[in-house]
Design a binder for this molecule. Structure first.
Ligand code: FAD
Length: 428
């Protein structure tokens, strides 16, 4: 640690959308000295899935700052004004920016911050009795009183797999190899699986490969997007969920796939329409299987043999494919660099972070905070961009002991749990 180096009030590790939002909200606060360390040399949001016509799954108001501070200079509208595209956006009349636009917007915001240190992959976090000392792979280190962990999630693989199989996170980088294959199989049930299948279906006529989509889900189900359901993306629903016993939370979550793991109905219908067009104009060589779990994939140097188990028939089968795309989602991860300070952190019986209502995971409740690593305690809203600004407002309030940005306690018409006024012992 260089002599005279400052001790920061807050240090963010990782600069995905959530910690980038925190940096943008912290920037105007004179009483907070913050720094953010990012392993990459610049902002790049899910480059492997930056499909040309993909859109955000949330409205533009779920940008980095607006739901906390509509006057912020880091808002999506301020970006559009600055890059001269506000009027086209106004005329386009869609709340849903292209994924590429959101990536450009985040890069634009990141470039306007001087608190970001790029190319700094954190490898160790220690505590010197007074503050955290954070060291990166470059050998540099920083000292800070509080940490915010925003290192994101990691691609999830349902089974160990050898050979050239890829996760959807690497789709666009590896796409040329897929187009050259004689057959491609996509495994998965969510938006990424649907987008990869749709993109390959569009390429199939030219490249001629056989195309298969296999999902364990009982159907290709749509993301639930009706307004009373969307009200669950709220602080009061998350507080209610946090109040449930851990076992009940897991049970509730198992029944909530349609809230965060479904496919946008536009994508589903576009796929059907393309299949219909192809059938009417010469036929289409594709297989779509539901309620079918791929339990293993064996690579023999020329292709994969997939073991299939039908979850309703309880029957088994095998599928041969030359190329394999696992669009099987992402999982939260506990970064290894926390090992030296494990004893300062609260863990549940599964070794996961035990986050408080203010997203703190340390025993003191105000030193180490998490972004998008608390789905098991706070619910399906954890990875939702729409809740980023609120979570950051709560974290800043906890750090500063005041609310620099108003934190709404209630936003929904409906209530969750038996309201106090209806409880037996409540006075008439
Ligand atoms: C293709 C795709 C599309 C999505 N679209 C939407 C959407 O439209 N709406 C929505 O609500 N949600 C969406 N999500 C879900 C979610 O919002 C995103 O995953 C979001 O990127 C999560 O942000 P994050 O800040 O938690 O992490 P990430 O974006 O994963 O960023 C984590 C950052 O931490 C850095 N990092 C990791 N380890 C270290 C280290 N040791 N030291 C320093 N830096 C490190 C990484 O380089 C990375 O930049 C999407 C997810 C995917 C995969």
């Amino acid at each position: 640690m260089t002599a005279g180096a400052p001790t920061y009030d807050l240090l963010g590790i990782g600069l995905g959308p959530f910690n980038l939002g925190l940096a943008c909200l912290a920037e105007p606060l004179d009483d907070l000295r913050a720094v953010f360390l990012e392993a990459a040399d610049g902002f790049s949001w899910h480059p492997g899935m930056m499909l040309p016509d993909a859109t955000l799954q949330v409205p533009f108001l779920a940008d980095l700052v607006t739901l906390a501070d509509p006057t912020s200079r880091f808002s999506y509208l301020a970006f559009l004004k600055d890059v001269g595209r506000l009027y086209p956006f106004y005329i386009r009349e869609s709340f849903y920016p292209l994924r590429r636009e959101y990536d450009d917007y985040c890069r634009w915001a990141a470039e306007r911050l001087d608190c970001v240190r790029w190319g700094e992959r954190v490898v160790a976090v220690e505590h010197d009795g007074e503050a955290y000392v954070v060291r990166s792979a470059t050998g540099r280190s920083w000292r800070a009183r509080r940490l915010v962990l925003g290192t994101g999630t990691a691609p999830r693989l349902p089974f160990a797999v050898e050979g050239p199989a890829l996760h959807s996170a690497d789709y666009l980088d590896r796409k040329p190899g897929l187009l050259a294959a004689s057959s491609v199989t996509v495994v998965g049930s969510g938006q990424s699986a649907a987008e990869v299948y749709a993109d390959l279906l569009a390429e199939q006529e030219e490249h001629g490969f056989a195309l298969t989509w296999v999902t364990r889900s009982p159907r290709f189900f749509p993301m639930e997007y009706t307004k009373l359901t969307l009200e669950m993306t709220s602080p009061e629903w998350s507080s209610y969920f946090q109040s449930l016993p851990a076992g009940r939370r897991a049970e509730v979550q198992r029944g909530q796939a349609a809230l965060s793991k479904g496919i946008s109905s536009q994508t589903i219908d576009a796929i059907f329409d393309e299949l219909y067009r192809r059938q009417a104009t010469g036929g289409v060589d594709t297989t779509l299987l539901t309620a079918t779990e791929v339990t293993a994939a064996r690579w023999d140097g020329t292709g994969y043999t997939l073991d299939l188990r039908h979850t309703e028939q309880d029957s088994t089968g095998q599928l041969r494919t030359a190329a394999l795309v696992l669009a099987t989602g992402y999982a939260p991860r506990v970064p290894d660099f926390l090992e030296p300070v494990r004893d300062r952190i609260r863990w549940d019986e599964h070794g996961r972070f035990l986050a408080s209502a203010s997203f703190a995971v340390d025993h003191a409740g105000d030193e180490v905070f998490v972004q998008n690593a608390e789905e098991h305690t706070h619910g399906f809203v954890a990875p939702d961009l729409g809740m980023g600004a609120m979570r950051n407002s709560v974290i800043l309030a906890q750090v500063l002991g005041r609310e620099p940005y108003a934190v709404e306690k209630r936003i929904a018409f409906q209530e969750w749990g038996i309201p106090d006024r209806f409880r037996e012992e409540a006075p008439a």
